[in-house]
Design a protein around this ligand. Structure first.
Ligand code: S3P
Length: 171
């Protein structure tokens, strides 16, 4: 079985995914790290040198590859993964559950202020442009995230509690 976590940048997909995998005796796989390993380059460099369209193509290809692996996996996707190439439908069809880690705009802004420089989509923005960018971007992406099997409200919760909540939903 595959369990897939989706959500905006800094929503906690990797942290929660690691804990969920531990609690469920499954292996954790971070799609961004998988892509970096396969292409032998960091995400920022891939965006810089090959562009976003190339990244999205590879993201789609490697998503299909990990979903086809013959092993139980908790998969943390990238923030944009559900929004391109029919990926959300693929994940819903090929997994045992897609979980949207829902975080409010103010909380995302708070987290991303600190991490802006490591993220190719927002590193060029001034700090004062960040709230509006995140608000609009999340609005565009919400229809995709909302297709998830379950939406988990993550504000004011520890990663541990979120992982327990997902585990309980899996039964
Ligand atoms: C992206 C999010 C990143 C990474 C890439 C694009 C996005 O993943 O896949 O920089 O489009 O939101 P995280 O959500 O793990 O930061």
């Amino acid at each position: 079985m595959k369990i897939v976590l989706v959500g905006y940048m800094a929503s906690g997909k990797s942290t929660v995914g690691r804990l969920l995998a531990q609690k469920s005796g499954m292996r954790f796989l971070d799609l961004d790290e998988y892509i970096e390993g396969k292409l032998e380059a960091g995400i920022t460099d891939i965006f810089k040198e090959k562009g976003e369209v190339y990244f999205r193509k590879k993201e789609h290809e490697f998503l299909r590859e990990v979903l086809a692996e013959n092993e139980d996996l908790v998969i943390a996707t990238g923030g944009g993964t559900p929004c391109y190439s029919g990926n959300m439908h693929t994940m819903l069809e090929e997994s045992g559950g897609v979980f949207y880690l829902k975080v409010s705009i103010p909380e995302l802004v708070r987290r991303l202020f600190k991490e802006k420089d490591q993220r190719p989509l927002i590193r060029h923005l001034d700090d004062n442009e960040l709230p509006e960018f995140i608000g609009k971007h999340l609005f565009e992406r919400s229809p995709f995230y909302s297709m998830a099997s379950y939406s988990i409200n993550c504000d004011h919760k520890e990663a541990e509690g979120i992982a327990d909540e997902i585990k309980a939903l899996l039964g």
